[in-house]
Design a protein around this ligand. Structure first.
Ligand SMILES: Cc1cc2nc3c(=O)[nH]c(=O)nc-3n(C[C@H](O)[C@H](O)[C@H](O)COP(=O)(O)O)c2cc1C
Ligand code: SF4
Length: 441
């Protein structure tokens, strides 16, 4: 049993709430507190590898007081990338991953790595896009490819290999991506999965890939690390996965006993992205990331594709409660948590951990602030203007450049005919991770 994340962090303040100070178990790991920094793709990898800037970023998040930080989306294979430049968990990536995990541990936090295969979302990187069934991907103006048995065996093995490498690198937790329309989530969807073989049709068949990945990963890593899944409760599209079936799938996963927790999410990067973010749809800012000629077409498509949902504090809580009550496994609440009393309430009513994305992008030291006795709400305003920044170093637009966590700005250069400014980091310029829409690499 690995328990090196440690339960205390040097006796910080005691005047504040108890929940953000109390150690929290997650499978074989004990976190120093129950707050998890949710995966927010950092856009700081270079040629699929960890950079100094990425290490700095997670060091800053860890020193801000979270129990565990999550290295965002890492592909288990090259065709599993959702955007160019993302980390692929190859042998070459291990030394950088190890450095990142070590730095996080030095700050007293645990380190989690999100592992996934983007499936149909990979059309945005110029790949054909692996999916349960052939389906049109409007973002890429092309059809995806229906996965064969050989493809699926290869993907399962890639998850296992990536899991082993992540353990070797020293991560405390593996987060398997079973949400957001990525490959495994697409197999769970009655809309995207129209197969009639053993991978499609019934709930059991559609859940087969998720269960197989979870069980083979668990067999490979045993109890050396926590294994959790980021799991879609609802796709947010007509005909997609919804609670009637996702609860049953949660129960199947629980009965397998292969996972230590479910991190509850919803929506789809493939079909309905704003369902998972909630708040404003940053269409104009997203358009700026595309070549000028494509912007008008993007804006037209985006009005439908990026349908806006109003922000509400803890917007997934009503769905998540259904899971807490029906599925016997620890649950991680995620989605719109911005307030300390929400954290307290969620833990009080039985959620094991609380994950936060944007609130910690806005204020990486929010947990420390709460621990210090300042219980004021998080300062994220749910504008989602951080979304388009993922292509050149993710940041909250309200944080001045010289105060952004981990990005040691060395110089600002003028680049491109439009005079767009780009930040160079000490790790060197990060990849330009823009999707080559419509579907060219
Ligand atoms: C800029 C940005 C990047 C994100 N990248 C990822 C990602 O790489 N993987 C993932 O599963 N979710 C990603 N998300 C979704 C978050 O993990 C989280 O599910 C969502 O933001 C809702 O939680 P919040 O309200 O606490 O932000 C991202 C969110 C943002 C804002
Ligand atoms: S840009 Fe900043 S304030 Fe806006 S949603 Fe992102 S983190 Fe929150």
């Amino acid at each position: 049993m690995r328990d090196r994340a440690g339960a205390g962090d040097g006796g910080l303040v005691t005047s504040a709430q108890t929940s953000v100070l109390a150690p929290a178990p997650l499978g074989p790991v004990t976190l120093r507190n129950p707050i998890v920094k949710a995966a927010t793709f950092e856009g700081l990898a270079h040629r699929g590898l960890v950079t100094d800037a990425l290490v700095d970023y997670h060091e800053a998040v860890a020193s801000g007081g979270v129990g565990m930080t999550t290295l965002a989306y890492c592909a288990v294979s090259d065709d599993g990338r959702g955007a160019p430049g993302e980390i692929v968990v190859s042998d070459d990536a291990v030394p950088g991953l190890a450095r990142l995990a070590e730095v996080v541990h030095r700050q007293g936090a645990a380190a989690s790595i999100q592992l996934g295969h983007a499936g149909p979302v990979a059309t945005g990187t110029g790949h054909k896009g692996l999916a349960p069934s052939r389906v049109f991907a409007p973002q890429a103006m092309r059809y995806t490819r229906a996965a064969t048995d050989d493809d699926l065996n290869r993907v399962v093995q890639a998850f296992v290999d990536a899991a082993r490498r992540s353990v070797d690198a020293g991560f405390d937790a593996l987060e398997l991506h079973f949400g957001h329309g990525y490959l495994i989530s697409a197999f769970l969807s009655p809309k995207l999965n129209r197969r009639s073989d053993r991978w499609g049709g019934t709930v059991e068949n559609r859940a087969r890939l998720a269960r197989q990945v979870a069980s083979e990963v668990r067999a490979a890593v045993q109890n050396h690390v926590a294994v959790i899944a980021k799991f879609n409760m609802a796709d947010g599209v007509p005909g997609g996965l919804w609670l009637d079936e996702s609860l049953a799938i949660g129960q199947l996963l629980a009965s397998d006993g292969t996972l230590d927790a479910l991190e509850l999410t919803g929506g789809s990067s493939f079909e309905n992205p704003m369902y998972l973010f909630r708040g404003e749809a940053p269409i104009a800012e997203m358009a700026e990331t595309f070549p000028r000629a494509l912007r008008p077409a993007f804006k037209l498509t985006a009005k439908r594709f990026m349908r806006e949902y109003p922000f509400e504090e803890a917007y997934f809580l009503p769905y998540a409660r259904q899971f807490r009550d029906a599925v016997s496994m620890p649950m991680i609440l995620l989605g719109g948590v911005n307030r300390l009393d929400t954290v307290e309430r969620a833990l009080g009513e039985g959620f094991a951990l609380v994950a936060m994305g944007r609130a910690l992008l806005r204020e990486p030291d929010l947990v420390r602030r709460w621990q210090s006795g300042d219980a004021g709400d998080g300062r994220c305003v749910h504008c989602n203007k951080c979304m388009p920044t993922i292509y050149r170093g993710t940041h909250c637009v309200l944080v001045p450049a010289d105060q952004r966590p981990g990005v040691r700005v060395r110089a600002r250069v003028r680049s491109g005919r439009g005079g767009r400014e780009a930040a160079l980091t000490e790790g060197g310029p990060v990849d330009d991770q823009r999707p080559r829409w419509p579907g060219r690499r």
